[in-house]
Design a protein around this ligand. Sequence first.
Ligand code: CMC
Length: 431
Amino acid sequence: MPKDTLTITDNRTGKTYELPIENGTIKALDLRQMKASPEDFGLMTYDPAFTNTAACKSRITDIDGEKGILNYRGYPIEQLAERSSYLETAYLILHGELPTQAQFDSWVFNVTHHTIVHENIKELMGAFRYDAHPMGILVSTVAALSTFYPVAKEVRNPRARQDQIFRLIAKMPTLAAFAYRHSVGMPYAYPDNDLSYCGNFLGMMFKMTEVKYKVDPVLEKALEVLFILHADHEQNCSTSAMRAVGSSEVDPYSAIAAATAALYGPLHGGANEMVLRMLEEIGSKDKVPAFVKEVKTSGGEVRLMGFGHRVYKNYDPRARIIKVMADQVFQLTKRNPLLDIALELERIALEDDYFVKRKLYPNVDFYSGLIYQAMGFPVDMFPVLFAIPRTAGWLAQWEEMLEDKDQKIARPRQIYLGKGHRDFVPVSERG
Ligand code: CMC
């Protein structure tokens, strides 16, 4: 009869240990009892970038990277993208169940009625240079929100938490749209509570002199789907930042600022922006083979942006949905001429041994930028468009972390390889 245990012999001492296996893991702390000598600290694991370490137990998002499956709270992403709305999906992610009609109405009402930001935020935005990157503005202004809501510090108070969740989900689009309008020197457009979450965001972005912004239903639906696809993705870099920073019990605005900053990087949510810049640099379809060759021979220096994923070793299911949606959007807008370069890149890469061997497939960022650009969003807004919907995921993971009795303040160990003890030498005596 097989046992759910692991037997380890420490060859330094000849001692044997039996460790329990739970959920396919052993507890790292169980290794601590293994000591080479009585003074020894005990065995640790070394896992930079957490490539094989579970840092939490979660019930929110499930990814099967080999099969290319993504589920939120058990529901397949394909079904949610087709049949749900972003706010309904955000409710599901945060609460664990799809809402009843009454729960949904109350949720939408609360989010809708928290969209306005304090007027001082506009002054804060005004302090940024005209060409400031909107992601930099977003990181700063969302952090600044913590100063307007001191009650947000009460992270152990579920009621206070709920209010900040309404505010954050409601205000991220407002901050994002204001950041954009600052960069193009346009007056800020205030939220319109008659519009849907995505419709209102499009209005705050693109409204000109018209009294009432008319939302195009195709673009509104496209944005709903893109927001659903980006709503959560388990323990990625920005979510890990949210959990780690939140574990100090700082207020959620500060933790979301940290998560947004983590998302900004080109290897994470900044990749969609980098894909567009890469396609523009390639310039035309006939230059694709030369670019692919450059990627392969650069020794990892030049990357095919929008390709590869730590978890997906098949196809990213989000990329498949986006690719289909691109056709619908391009029927309405002008076809993005960069699409031909992207399709050619995908075709060549998927046949090439370098990419096949390393299991590198298009990820969510490969096609999303092409749609955003066709919808009229400038390239530097792309990571911002990732941060808005991911706020629901960050908040759900933050609450789960706070309620998890196993969690403590995040504090990894290190292997110290620096100098041993030595005495200070005054500058006048240093050679
Ligand atoms: N282009 C070319 N080679 C690549 C790429 C790429 N995009 N991604 C990975 N590789 C190679 C890499 O050089 C390495 O080769 P070798 O074994 O010869 O050294 C091998 O594939 C494994 O790569 P890795 O860097 O160890 O893989 P990782 O799991 O640490 O990195 C990743 C995952 C997403 C950071 C990486 O694939 C990458 O940099 N992709 C481009 C950026 C990107 O599109 N990011 C968005 C990710 S999806 C949205 C999100 O989560 O934010």
